[in-house]
Design a protein around this ligand. Structure first.
Ligand SMILES: Nc1ncnc2c1ncn2[C@@H]1O[C@H](COP(=O)(O)OP(=O)(O)OP(=O)(O)O)[C@@H](O)[C@H]1O
Ligand SMILES: [Mg+2]
Length: 404
């Protein structure tokens, strides 16, 4: 049931939108904005009618010549792209501001300047339209992306989050209840794909290129380490892999396309087998039989095939997002934002600055996150929040989620 938000005479007061209203009475259609790294994206999600629109502009061409994301260029391009994307998804979904129950945006973790462009736009629109805004954790977005599918995964489950900046095994008991089981000590899986692809002269971002090349390679022609497989526990380490590949490349004077394909095949095998073994170990450890795999690397076909088979043999099942929602997108931010708005959560208008956490930090992508050292900023009573770093474990559980 929809009802229009009432225009308030005191828009600075935080008591608006769904706060105080039973969850079912608030508007359950959200506009979502994603701008944490090098994708500008917007989406409209309706609780009853599903995903109504989603659009994305990838900055890959902008950054390609530098071999990685240049944070300042990313921020500037988000400013150019985001508003037209928002206008487009609103128009194509037939949504007017009066139909919206809130605006969700990626508040972190990510590049601080890039995050701020989306946060500023989202908070400004929400303020102008008098609807609540909610800052979404980017990784919660990745974790919940499979909920967009017709056959969504049940909770509880083990989640393997494999993206460009993160490699994590998580016990997800419900939306908002995430326990970290293990993560990478150094490079993320996506980063391992990208860095080894770079050594083979493949364009940025190398993951998908390396995967395509690997399909032509001969298994067993090269052998690279399976990091930390010989140890108990659920941690990962991928930095040794790129060193091993570097040595192999240097030791091969004639790096023909055939040899490159063999190297790519061995790299993919090492990453996939490591992820597979640890994911199965996490299922054993938790006693769960549902695995959810998300993040950019979950688009990898070899990983999907191997994981699906390994978990099926144990009597379990693996769920993935559709390929286009493996990498960054706004639809997944809409899922997380809608769940939280529907449960009555949103960010108030109070200027709650998040300025003392993390500060500047050299990211695993090789660029500086949190450039200015400021984690958040505030503009005249509007709480525009962005966090370069944000621990998933600090997320608020949904009120409807009982303690197990
Ligand atoms: N088919 C594929 N095989 C392997 N890797 C892939 C494939 N497709 C994408 N990737 C990798 O996925 C990564 C991008 O994923 P994603 O967009 O989720 O990461 P990110 O948003 O940069 O990182 P994070 O979400 O941790 O901040 C890149 O490292 C890319 O190479
Ligand atoms: Mg991401």
């Amino acid at each position: 049931m929809y009802h229009k938000p009432q225009a308030r005479e005191r828009p600075d007061l935080p008591h608006y939108g769904p706060r105080g209203l039973p969850p079912t009475e608030c508007l359950l259609r959200v506009l979502a904005i994603e701008s944490s790294c090098d994708e500008s994206a917007a989406a409209v999600l309706d609780r009853d009618r599903g995903l109504l629109a989603h659009e994305l502009f990838s900055q890959i061409e902008l950054h390609r010549r530098y071999g990685g994301v240049v944070p300042e260029l990313a921020s500037r391009d988000h400013i150019r792209r985001l508003l037209p994307l928002v206008q487009s998804v609103l128009a194509s979904s037939g949504t007017s501001p009066q139909d919206l129950g809130g605006v969700a945006y990626t508040a972190g973790p990510g590049l601080i300047g890039a995050l701020l462009t989306g946060a500023a736009l989202a908070r400004s629109l929400a303020y102008a339209w008098q609807v609540p805004a909610i800052g979404v954790h980017h990784l919660e977005g990745h974790l919940l992306a499979p909920l967009l599918e017709a056959d969504p995964p049940p909770f509880p489950h083990v989640a393997l989050l494999v993206s460009g900046g993160h490699t994590m095994l998580i016990e997800a008991r419900a939306i908002g209840r995430y326990e970290l089981l293990g993560e990478t000590r150094d490079d993320a899986a996506g980063e391992a794909f990208d860095k080894t692809a770079k050594l083979l002269g493949l364009p940025y971002p190398g993951g998908p290129h390396l995967a395509r090349l690997a399909a032509r390679g001969r298994r067993g022609a090269f052998e690279f380490p399976r990091p930390m497989l010989d140890r108990p526990g659920l941690e990962f380490s991928f930095s040794g892999l790129k060193t091993a590949v570097l040595h192999a490349v240097r030791a091969t004077p004639d790096l023909s396309d055939t040899v490159k394909a063999d190297v790519a095949c061995a790299v993919q095998e090492a990453i996939v087998e490591t992820l597979m073994a640890k994911a199965v170990r996490a299922l054993e450890q938790t006693g769960l039989d549902v695995l959810v795999v998300s993040g950019g690397v979950s688009a990898n076909q070899s990983l999907r095939e191997r994981l699906t088979e390994a978990v099926r043999q144990r009597g379990g099942r693996v769920y993935y997002p559709r390929t286009e929602f493996c990498t960054d997108n706004a639809a997944m931010i809409a899922v997380a934002g809608l769940a939280r708005l529907a449960a009555g959560q949103h960010d108030g208008l109070a200027p709650d600055v998040l300025a003392d956490e993390g500060l500047t930090h050299q990211s695993q992508h090789g660029h500086t996150r949190g450039g200015s050292g400021h984690e958040g900023t505030v503009a005249s009573g509007l709480a525009i929040q962005a966090r370069a770093q944000w621990a998933l474990s600090t997320l608020r559980p949904l009120p409807s989620t009982p303690d197990p």
